[in-house]
Design a protein around this ligand. Structure first.
Ligand code: XMP
Length: 528
């Protein structure tokens, strides 16, 4: 295992992800974690980047004991400065000329050889830099192994010990050879085993879930039929069988025929115990008169909790006389992914607030306050494409695994302004036309996510010689792999024209269709 100590960089999770790509297992801990708190001995340590300056009063620092452990260490960006700080105190200066973006580094040869960190690579490499501080001098015992035009110590290595520091970020795709550098470190220098595979992950995770929940533990799970919750549910079902209860909340904000389809997929294909609860009346009543996006999310989050808590109570009562299933439901399963988690476990420690990417409002927190349900999120380290691979590994069909994401609050996030049954129906019908035509054109798997939404205002039109004043449907489709950034999908114009004609003809109340060309950022994928 490689230990990754997180100093709060937005890229720290990418280090773990890249190591998984070369089949190396790593674990991330807050940088303040003491060596004595670890339950394993790492074969190597990576110190991540971070937003601070090492000489700031509150700057985070590692336990010096790691430096006596006698395992290879790689400091990245802030991690490099932390190395210098720990090993020789005077070396970091606030950069007079920071570097942000692409830079060219040149590996330095010593006796005609490049360092082991750059073995097998060209001397000249493109790398991604993002730093304000840099080293002013070499720490004692180190030499330079690569430089850029304005950063002499872009990469340094200890002359006798396997300690490395690099100013650039090898974990981002903007450093094309970054993964090879990480491999040289992890496999070449640390001799980490390359035995991480998705199949192993399944075995380890199932064993972990069984242990966590215990032999009698019962788990309730939010199941929307989307990729993430389906994969999480299948994993949990594999771990504890029918002590897992999947709950599908039909809030009346799902897509056309979706509830029936999800019920069929989960119960018939995946043999998961699924309870569908029709709560649409309650949701519509509560959404009446609300047009503010945050107020909508808040209400929906709260309403979800009410349904889950009621269901937990009902299930407990129902199972009270069954010795196999009797007992309190203590756990709650959510399919949260890494990109849903805006804040990583920062150096403030594991107790720092972890925001769920608007995951059905403030669900986890309120859940804890209510019945005291404990949250299980087996996918929270994974990215979307990895979850899809995991799903395939678990035998879930390509059709399910390849579905575009659909948010927990459903169509409510695609209606600007008030959510009413009439407005939901327009989006539902328009979405159905759009997605069906995308599928027929063979484009579904090429698009990250496609959706229809409803604008706040109406527009004037002319239909059958008469003036109309009707709704405007908005269409959006994006290219993305991580859902953290996205660009508009560029359809052939005549395809969009055909979709537009069909929507205006087939969806009552609509006289205009517009296509959204905004990237994320500055837009987001959903409209609210
Ligand atoms: P945004 O709109 O933030 O969305 O660019 C990024 C991805 O997250 C999905 N999303 C949600 N998923 N609950 C969810 O389960 C939510 O509240 C939520 N909001 C956005 C969105 O569909 C996209 O895939």
């Amino acid at each position: 295992t490689i230990l990754v100590l997180d100093f709060g960089s937005q890229y720290t999770h990418l280090i773990i992800r890249r190591l998984r790509e070369i089949n190396v297992y790593s674990e991330m801990y807050a940088c303040t974690t003491k060596l004595s708190e670890l339950k394993f001995k790492p074969v190597g340590i990576i110190l991540s980047g971070g937003p601070n300056s090492v000489y700031e009063k509150d700057a985070p620092h590692t336990d010096p004991a790691y430096f006596d452990l006698d395992v290879p260490i790689l400091g990245i960006c802030y991690g490099l400065q932390e190395l210098a700080y720990r090993l020789h105190n005077e070396n970091v200066v606030a950069g007079t000329m920071g570097e942000y973006g692409d830079a060219d580094i040149k590996a330095q040869r010593v006796d005609g050889h490049v360092d082991r960190l750059f073995e097998g690579l060209e001397d000249d490499m493109k790398v991604y830099m993002s730093h304000g501080d840099k080293l002013a001098n070499l720490p004692d015992g180190f030499h330079t192994i690569a430089s850029t035009r304005n950063t002499e110590y872009a990469a340094i290595a200890h002359k006798t010990q396997p300690i490395y520091g690099i100013q650039f970020h090898p974990e981002v795709t903007h450093t094309p050879k970054g993964i090879a550098i990480l491999k040289n470190f992890a496999v070449g220098i640390c001799k980490a085993e390359q035995n991480w595979t998705m199949a192993n992950f399944v075995d380890i995770e199932i064993a972990r879930l069984r242990k966590l929940v215990g032999p009698k533990g019962q788990v309730l799970g939010a199941c929307s039929g989307g990729v993430d919750s389906t994969v999480a549910a299948k994993l949990m079902h594999q771990a504890i069988g029918d002590r897992f209860h999947a709950v599908l909340v039909d809030h009346g904000l799902m897509r056309l025929n979706e509830r029936e389809q999800v019920q069929k997929d989960l119960t018939e294909d995946l043999k998961i115990n699924l309870i569908a609860v029709d709560a649409s009346k309650m949701f519509y009543a509560g959404l009446q008169g609300i047009s503010d996006p945050e107020a909508k999310r808040k209400f929906i989050g709260g309403a979800f909790i009410d349904v889950f808590e009621k269901e937990a109570e009902r299930l407990e009562k129902e199972a009270a006389s069954d010795p196999e299933r009797a007992g309190k439901i203590e756990w709650f399963l959510q399919g949260t992914l890494y990109p849903d988690v805006i804040e990583s476990i920062s150096f403030k420690g594991p107790s720092a607030t972890i925001k769920s990417h608007h995951n059905v409002g403030a669900l986890p927190k309120r859940m804890k306050e209510g019945r005291g349900l404990k949250l299980i999120e087996p996918l929270r380290e994974l990215f979307k494409d990895e979850v899809r691979e995991l799903g395939r590994q678990l035998g879930i069909s390509d059709r399910l695994v390849g579905r575009h994401p659909f948010p927990g609050p459903g169509i409510a996030l695609r209606i600007l302004g008030e959510v009413t049954p009439e407005r939901v129906e327009i989006v539902r019908q328009a979405d159905h036309v759009f997605i069906t035509m995308i599928r027929e054109a063979g484009l579904y798997d090429k698009i990250g996510q496609a959706l229809a939404a409803l604008d706040l205002s109406r527009a004037v039109g002319v239909m059958g010689d008469l003036r109309t004043y009707r709704h405007i449907v908005l269409l959006r489709a994006v290219n993305t792999t991580d859902y953290m950034t996205a660009s508009p999908y560029l359809f052939e114009p005549d395809f969009l024209a055909r979709v537009s004609t069909r929507i205006v003809n087939e969806v009552p109340g609509v006289c205009r269709v517009a296509y959204d060309y905004t990237s994320k950022p500055p837009g987001t994928i959903e409209f609210e």
